[in-house]
Design a protein around this ligand. Structure first.
Ligand code: FES
Ligand code: MG
Length: 598
C-alpha cells in the first residue's frame, strides 16, 4: 500500500470498469447514477478507493448469522477508516436447522449466486460473513472461484447453554433429549425446555459441530484474522475483530492478496491436522474437498487418513468432550491449538494467511490458557482424533469419526479379543429418514443389540443435498433396556453435533449406483476398522444378481424432486467423497475479473 486505501502504483481496481471507464462514458454514467441514488457521491465512487463488498449471510431467516447485521456496522467503520467504500449485499440464506428438506441443498446454490455477485458487480475485495454450517464453505468456495481479495469474518459461537447447573450444547443436547423422551424420562415440555436451554444468545452452535469446526478451519486455512474464530458472538472482541477485518480487507486489495495465494495444499493439510485436534465435524471432509476443488488445490479423502487420523484430540468440547464455545475461546482458541501442533512439527508454518503473515508467525507465541479445555499434546483426550477412511464392497469410501467412540461402544463392538476392532451384525435397512422414523420403533422388526442400522437414499442425489440422518437412535424398547447406541451406516451425512460413531458419507450413494442399494434387512455385515473395511457377507454371484435386478428396475428408486433447483442440482452434483460440488464448476478458476481494466 502506498497510501491509505490506494492501490499500489500501476495496479488498477476492477471497480474502475464500472465507475471510471474513459472508454465507455455512457455506461459509466449509468453505473454512477444508480449507485449514487442512495447517497454515495460521485466523488467517492470515482476516488480510486476500493469498493469492498460485505457478503451478508445474516437475516431473520438465518438466526445463527443474524448478528452479522450488527457486526457489519463495525466492518464498515474499518473499511472506511482504511480508505475503502463498503457495499453490503445479501447472500442466499442457509439456516441449518430451518431449511427443508435439507440445508445441504443450498450450499451449492449460495455458492453459485455468490460467484455471480462477486464476478458481475464492482467489487474489489470482499468480507465473507461466515457462521452457520454451510455459510462458511459456500462463501469460501465462491471466493476461491472468483479469486478477488477476500477475508472471512466469523459471527462467533453462542454463549454456553446451561440447564440445572450443567452445560447444554447445541445439537448434542437434542440427541440426548430424544433418547430421554423415548425412554419416558421427560415429557414434551421438558424436551423443549432442555433443547432451548442450549441457545442462550445470538451466534452459531456452541458445540464442536459443523459451525465451530468450519469457522475454526477457516482460520486454520488462513482466511480469517488470527484469534478470530472462537470469540463468542456477544463479546466486545467480536465487534473489535469486525472493525479490524474491515480495515484489513482494504489493505489486502492494495497488496492484491487473493485466495489463490492462501488456499494452497499446505493450508488444507493444516486444516486437516487442526480438525483432528478439534474433534471436528464429519462434514469437514466434504466442505474442504469442495473448497479445495474450486481453489484448484490437490486434496483427497486419503489425505484425511494420512494427515489426520493419528493426530490426537486436544480440544475438550462437546460432542467428543465436555466444554463449549465460550470455554474454547477463554482457553486460547484456534491459535493455541495450532501452536501446540506446531511444537510437534505438524503444521506447515509457511502457509500464508489474510494478515499477510505465515500461519507459523501468527500462532507461535499462542498459549494454552486452560489445559482442561485445550489439552497439551502429551495429555490428549484421545490419542487419535481423526477419521478412519473406509472402503469395502458396499461403497468405495466412507469415513468414521473415531474421537466420538464411547467406552461403552468400544467395549460392546471393538474389544473382541480374537479380532480387535472388528464386529459383525445383521443390517436393518431403511430407505431415507421418513422410512426410519416410521419403522424404528416397530417391534416386529425385532432389532437387537447385535444389529447395525443402515440408512440409504440419503446422499446428494437420493435426498437432494444429502441429509444429516445417519446417526440413528436405537428403538425405544432397546433404549429402555439400556442400549444407548447401535452402529450406524449410511450414504448421508450426520450432524457435527452428534456423538455417534457412524460410518457415513458413503460414496457412491445408493442413488448413484453404490452397493448400499443391494442390501437387504437381515443381511450380515462386517465392519473392520483395523483393515478399514465394511463388507456385506454374501457371495460375489449374489451381489452381481442383486445388482442386475436393480438395474432392470431402472436403478435405486428415490423420491421425485419438489423444486427446480433440486432437479437441476441432482443432474450435476458429485458425491460426498469429492465435495458434492456442481461438477464442471471447478474448471472456472482464477477467472479474469478485470473487465478489460488494465
Ligand atoms: Fe446454525 Fe448450528 S444451526 S450454527
Ligand atoms: Mg448440520
Amino acid at each position: 500500500m502506498t497510501d491509505l486505501g490506494k492501490p499500489a502504483q500501476g495496479q488498477q481496481l476492477r471497480s474502475r470498469a464500472w465507475f471510471d471507464n474513459a472508454g465507455n462514458p455512457d455506461m459509466t454514467a449509468l453505473y454512477l447514477e444508480r449507485y449514487m441514488n442512495y447517497g454515495l457521491t460521485r466523488e467517492e465512487l470515482q476516488s480510486g478507493k476500493p469498493i469492498i463488498g460485505i457478503a451478508q449471510t445474516g437475516s431473520d431467516l438465518s438466526p445463527c448469522n443474524r448478528h452479522h447485521i450488527t457486526l457489519a456496522e463495525r466492518v464498515r467503520d474499518g473499511i472506511r477508516e482504511a480508505g475503502g467504500i463498503a457495499i453490503e449485499f445479501p447472500v442466499h440464506p442457509i439456516q441449518e436447522t430451518g431449511k427443508r428438506p435439507t440445508p445441504g441443498l443450498d450450499r451449492n446454490l449460495a455458492y453459485l449466486s455468490l460467484v455471480e455477485t462477486l464476478y458481475g458487480y464492482p467489487i474489489d475485495g470482499v468480507v465473507l460473513t461466515i457462521g452457520c454450517d454451510k455459510t462458511t464453505p459456500a462463501c469460501l468456495m465462491a471466493a476461491a472461484t472468483v479469486d478477488i481479495p477476500a477475508i472471512a469474518l466469523s459471527v462467533g459461537p453462542m454463549l454456553n447453554g446451561w440447564h440445572r447447573g450443567e452445560r447444554t450444547g447445541s445439537g448434542t443436547i437434542v440427541w440426548k433429549a430424544r433418547k430421554m423422551l423415548a425412554a419416558g424420562e421427560i415429557d414434551y415440555a421438558g424436551f423443549v425446555e432442555l433443547v432451548a436451554s442450549s441457545a442462550p444468545s445470538t451466534g452459531y452452535c456452541n458445540t464442536m459441530g459443523t459451525a465451530t469446526t468450519m469457522n475454526s478451519l477457516a482460520e486454520a486455512l488462513g482466511m480469517q484474522l488470527p484469534g478470530s474464530a472462537a470469540i463468542p458472538a456477544p463479546h466486545r472482541e467480536r465487534q473489535q475483530m469486525s472493525y479490524l477485518t474491515g480495515k484489513r480487507i482494504v489493505e489486502m486489495v492494495g497488496e492484491d492478496l487473493r485466495p489463490s495465494k492462501i488456499l494452497t495444499r499446505d493450508a488444507f493439510l493444516n486444516a486437516i491436522t487442526v480438525n483432528s485436534a478439534l474433534g471436528g465435524s464429519t462434514n469437514a471432509p466434504i466442505h474442504l474437498a469442495a473448497i479445495a476443488r474450486h481453489a484448484g488445490a490437490e486434496l483427497s479423502l486419503q489425505d484425511w487418513q494420512e494427515y489426520g487420523h493419528d493426530v490426537p484430540l486436544l480440544v475438550n468440547l462437546q460432542p467428543a468432550g465436555e466444554y463449549l464455545g465460550e470455554d474454547f475461546h477463554h482457553a486460547g482458541g484456534v491459535p493455541a491449538v495450532i501452536s501446540e501442533l506446531m511444537k510437534q512439527g505438524l503444521i506447515r508454518e509457511e502457509a500464508l494467511t489474510v494478515n499477510g503473515q505465515p500461519i507459523g508467525d501468527n500462532c507461535r507465541e499462542a498459549e494454552i490458557i486452560s489445559p482442561e479445555v485445550i489439552r497439551p499434546f502429551d495429555q490428549p483426550l484421545r490419542s487419535s482424533g481423526g477419521f478412519i477412511v473406509l472402503t469395502g464392497n458396499l461403497f468405495d469410501s466412507a469415513i468414521m469419526k473415531t474421537s466420538v467412540i464411547s467406552d461403552a461402544f468400544r467395549k460392546a463392538y471393538l474389544e473382541n479379543p480374537d479380532d480387535p476392532e472388528a464386529f459383525e451384525g445383521r443390517a436393518i435397512v431403511f430407505d431415507g429418514p421418513e422410512d426410519y422414523h416410521a419403522r424404528i420403533d416397530d417391534e416386529a422388526l425385532g432389532i437387537t443389540e447385535a444389529d447395525i442400522l443402515v440408512v440409504r437414499g440419503t446422499g446428494p442425489i437420493g435426498y437432494p443435498g444429502a441429509a444429516e440422518v445417519v446417526n440413528m437412535r436405537p428403538p425405544g424398547y432397546l433404549i429402555r433396556r439400556g442400549v444407548a447406541e447401535l452402529p450406524c451406516i449410511g450414504d448421508g451425512r450426520q450432524s457435527g453435533t452428534s456423538g455417534s460413531p457412524s460410518v457415513l458419507n458413503a460414496s457412491p450413494e445408493a442413488a448413484a449406483g453404490g452397493n448400499l442399494a443391494i442390501l437387504k434387512t437381515y443381511d450380515r455385515l462386517r465392519v473392520d476398522l483395523r483393515r478399514g473395511r465394511v463388507d456385506i457377507l454374501i457371495p460375489e454371484e449374489e451381489i452381481a444378481r442383486r445388482r442386475a435386478d436393480i438395474e432392470k428396475r431402472g436403478g435405486y428408486a428415490y423420491p421425485q424432486s419438489q423444486t427446480p433447483w433440486q432437479e437441476l442440482q441432482r443432474n450435476v452434483v458429485g458425491q460426498l467423497d469429492t465435495g458434492a460440488i456442481l461438477e464442471g464448476a471447478e474448471k472456472y478458476q482464477r477467472i479474469d475479473t478485470t473487465y478489460g481494466v488494465p
